[in-house]
Design a protein around this ligand. Sequence first.
Ligand SMILES: [Zn+2]
Length: 428
Amino acid sequence: MKKSPINTSFYDRTRETMQWSERKKDLNTRFLQTLRHAHSHSSAYREMYDDAGIDLSTIQSLEDIEKLPLLRMTDLMERQRHVFPFGGFETLDPRDLHRIYVNPGLLFQPGGEFESQDTSWAQALCGAGFKAGDRIINTFNYHLFPFARFLEQSAQHLGATVIPAGSGNTMMQVKILQMLEVNGFLGTPSFLTTLVQRAEAMGLDLRKDVFLETALVGAEMLPESLRIRLQEKLAMTVRQGYGTVFVGCIGFECHAMTGLHVPDSIWVEIVDPGTGRHVPQGSAGEIVATNFNCSYPMIRMATGDLSCLSDEACPCGRTGPLLKRIIGRMDQATKVGGIFVHPWQTDEVMERYPEVFKYQIVVTRKNHMDLMTVIVELKEDSSEALSLQRRMEREIEEMLGVRGSVRIVPRGTLPDGHRKIEDQRSWD
Ligand SMILES: [Zn+2]
């Protein structure tokens, strides 16, 4: 019989629940150490900061961090082309490494003893409810992608056992779940869905023959409807972790699901992507993260993902900032009539209408003019459709600054997994 897992676990309860002002003081010290070390031992940071005319003595605390330039993936790629293999971001001799990790696009990453100092994903695993003695199947891809290994190492930090499965071969994976009485899952939400479908097709009873209790999913959006379906089908807890392989875990959910807790070993900012400056508390902007890894520091790495920060208290007792949900990617924004339209803005409008089942923005062009149409499916037919349509059109124009026409269509018109903004303009 499965236990119903109530998560109260922490990787380091004392630190994670320490009064925020105290913890921030310590994060400040770690940040300044990392920054000075990076500047004196990494040729990339020295060049970047010297080129930007940064006088390091003016950076006295995390409050000053926005004076430093952002670091983008394109900078990593560009510098790797000139300073091989790590672009000069490393602060140790590449000959002293244990491993070289390869990321998609042949982007190299140093690996060594220092990775075991990163506890960000271990904190995420505890937040999700994992504990010592768990038997966890890791279905993230091990092939030429370092993330699966980082997670595996983190699971070992808490004393759990990992089955390094990778993705694919679903029938064998379902058998492994059953035979080894696996109680933990690491992977994408879509792969967990695939395993559930496979198990059902194999005639298994998901609540008797599958022993899963806890999942930490990531690398993809997790729609709330999918989470509810998976949790109900498997009688398990599904929580999300968010991060990048270069920085580590940037946010994770606890049992209370108030947002994504920022791990104790990471500093997160929300910035205006154009200026790199902080946006007002609670406003949406790009997530920028800094870790305190002294051997391969990532300072102000811009993620391209959009969110906002909140300082509300969480019932779990963790202190520090919370990232509200990830609201989208910067590159999913589209310009309509010269104005940026972000999916999170249209979400904000649509969330005010409980009648809406799903929607899609379609951008077309006629007579050299951009046209925006919002295609809306309602949960059920409504006699009020016309007035609803008018209200939405008014609100879209007010909120987005762009005129759009709303078209209400029958349920099932929009395919599953559709893009939120479909750009059908052609420019020939
Ligand atoms: Zn919490």
